[in-house]
Design a protein around this ligand. Structure first.
Ligand SMILES: Nc1ncnc2c1ncn2[C@@H]1O[C@H](COP(=O)(O)OP(=O)(O)OP(=O)(O)O)[C@@H](O)[C@H]1O
Length: 601
């Protein structure tokens, strides 16, 4: 049955999705719902703070009227005291409102980030590979940072500015509706300016991001491939490429600066046109006696106080738009449906299958299947070896069983109980083992949290690693992995096998490095592997056919299909593909044995 629950069915290389604005909004509303009281409280305090602030202009206008009327200085006391009071109340209310909204923003962002990471870690490998881990990392770092920045500063500032604009226009209308009309004269110029800016800025910023990405990529290429660059004397060429890309980025940055400067000059033109209209209206109203000089002054001050919020809103609109794009990318991953479990606990039957693969297919790219119609049953406790030429699809099948990839057609089901400690039902050991930075013991405890030193030592002894582990400068406490003590590939494999024993899954999938046939290291690893697999159902990609010879059953793969199945002896006797592979491998082994044991003359 096709795995319809998986979104990549039929579209194997689907990139990570992006949510539509409606989906983003719905998701944010759902996140905000539990915090409704906090959101309403924050909004109410901000409205209050802005409204109180709007008392400043009429108070100043009143003072102007008092001065123009040549009242004595004592008459100024009350309005001046009121002005001070307005300043204090507005300051306190703004701080309180910002504290509430920041708390809200941070809480929602933390929840979103948590859900994003949960879902991201559940993403099937092929989707991660299709999108490139870079995209996911960019979302976790770049997008989260952009959204966080917006939540911390841009959004509250934008909300405050929009509130101030609406309330200030209302206050202007209260003074006289003609002031409002005059003020609105500036709006078409401002709207045109904003449209012009967005039309130019959006593609420019996209170009800038691409140029910065290209510059970073070149830097990574040059530094990452440092040895190759030096070996082929490519230093000059790489320096030139780097310089080309960084200049391209610089030129785009400068275009951005020029755009911003032109944007501000157009904005100022709009603002001063509006101010002139308000001043002329004030002059006319004072002349025909419909307003006092103080009222006209208050109107001009109101209009002038719009400059800041309008500029802020227009500039922040850009930030908020870009944060909105980031948010859409976060929400898209955070809202992915949780992966349905493949495991079916079936502890009652002990003779049923542990792994059932039915008609499974897999394609890394649409229309290019690398696995087709694979049926496979692994009985409990059975050890099955997968053999075949390079590219036959062995690793892909192994990863399907391990759950790293989901089949693009057919199904993979596991029938097993998790280990008593609650670890995974299936574990995969591949050639690409990641040793986490930190003490060796902590790396091992990832597989079994709370394991004692005694337990760790016992397990290391079983995989023949205790000797070298104890000889490390600080024994099991030695820092290994990134930036730590270097381990050789065989040691890393032994660690992976030790983790497997510690995690103790009922099903194990092994796809290990091709080691030199017959070498001492390979023999040691073979022993360790056999011990790590004891008591488990195992699927082993056998690069060394000696592993196939000792397996309960061998599956031969070719062109993404299982073409032979049977025991080592049966398949050899059948004289088919396995028999040919075995002959070729035995000959190669004998030859290499002779080469390594031949006396040096
Ligand atoms: N991540 C990937 N993206 C695209 N194609 C892939 C990916 N991994 C494997 N392939 C392709 O799928 C096919 C099967 O590869 P797979 O690694 O499963 O074969 P294999 O039998 O394990 O080979 P080997 O013994 O060399 O590891 C190959 O053609 C390979 O190029």
């Amino acid at each position: 049955m096709p795995d319809a629950s998986h979104p990549s069915s039929g579209r194997a290389r689907e990139l990570l999705p992006t949510a539509s604005p409606a989906e983003t909004l719905a998701s944010v509303r759902a996140l905000l719902r539990p915090h409704r009281a906090l959101a309403l409280g924050g909004f109410a305090v901000m409205v209050g703070a802005t409204a109180v602030g709007l008392l400043t202009q009429p108070l100043l206008g009143h003072i102007v009227d008092l001065v123009a009327g040549r009242h004595d200085a004592a008459a100024l006391t009350l309005p001046v005291l009121l002005l001070a009071l307005v300043a204090v109340v507005q300051g306190a209310a703004t701080t309180g409102g910002l504290a509430l909204t920041s708390r809200l923003g941070e809480t929602v962002l933390a929840q979103l980030r948590e859900r994003f990471l949960e879902r991201a870690l559940e993403l099937p490998q092929e989707r991660l590979e299709a999108a490139g881990s870079g995209d996911l990392t960019a979302r976790v770092t770049g997008d989260v940072a952009r959204v966080a920045e917006a939540v911390r500063t841009a959004l509250p500032e934008l909300a405050r500015s929009l509130l101030a604009i609406v309330l200030t226009l209302g206050a202007l209308a209260l003074l006289d509706w003609r002031f409002l009309l005059a003020a609105l004269l500036a709006v078409p110029i401002q709207a045109h300016t904003a449209r012009w800016y967005v039309r130019n800025a959006v593609p420019l910023y996209a170009e800038q991001r691409i140029a910065t990405g290209a510059q970073q990529q070149q830097l990574l290429d040059t530094l990452g491939g440092g040895a190759t660059v030096r070996a082929f004397r490519l230093e000059a060429e790489h320096t030139e490429r780097l310089s080309e890309r960084s200049w391209a980025a610089v030129l785009l940055e400068l275009r951005g600066v020029r755009l911003i400067l032109r944007f501000y000059s157009r904005l100022h033109l709009a603002e001063y046109t509006g101010l002139a209209a308000v001043l002329v209206t004030g002059f006319l109203l004072v002349r025909d006696g419909s307003a006092t000089i103080g009222t006209a002054t208050a109107a001009a001050l109101y209009f002038h106080s719009l400059f800041g919020p309008v500029n802020t809103a227009l500039v922040l609109l850009d930030d908020v738009q870009s944060a909105g794009a980031g948010l859409a990318r976060l929400v898209a991953v955070a809202d992915l449906p949780a992966q349905p479990p493949r495991e079916r606990a079936d502890a009652t039957s002990t003779d049923g299958p542990a792994v059932l693969v039915t008609g499974a297919g897999h394609a890394y790219r649409p229309g290019r299947p690398v696995l087709q119609d694979v049926d496979l049953v692994l009985r409990r406790g059975e050890r099955v070896a997968l053999v075949g030429a390079s590219g036959a699809g062995k690793s892909t099948l192994a990863k399907l069983v391990a759950g790293v990839h989901r089949p693009t057609s057919g199904s993979v089901e596991l029938f097993a109980d998790p280990p008593p400690g609650g670890g995974p039902v299936v574990a995969l050991v591949t050639q690409e083992v990641h040793v986490f930075a930190g003490p060796l013991a902590e790396d091992l405890r990832l597989a079994r949290p709370g394991a004692t030193e005694q337990e760790l030592s016992e397990v290391l002894a079983r995989v023949e690693a205790l000797g070298w582990a104890e000889a490390l400068p600080e024994g099991l406490r030695t820092v290994v992995g990134e930036g730590g003590h270097g381990l050789d590939p065989a040691q890393v494999q032994q660690l992976a096998l030790a983790r497997l024993i510690l995690a103790d899954p009922p099903i194990a999938v092994l796809d290990e490095a091709t080691a030199e046939a017959g070498s001492a290291g390979a023999r040691l690893l073979e022993q360790a592997t056999a011990r790590a697999l004891e008591g488990r159902t195992a699927l082993v990609v056998a690069h060394r056919l000696s592993q196939a010879a000792t397996a309960d059953r061998v599956l031969v793969m070719d062109g993404g299909r299982v073409v032979e199945s049977g025991t080592h002896d049966q398949l050899r006797a059948a004289g088919g593909r396995y028999a040919a592979l075995w002959e070729a491998w035995s000959d190669a082994r004998t030859e290499s044995h002779h080469r390594t044991t031949a006396p040096l003359i």
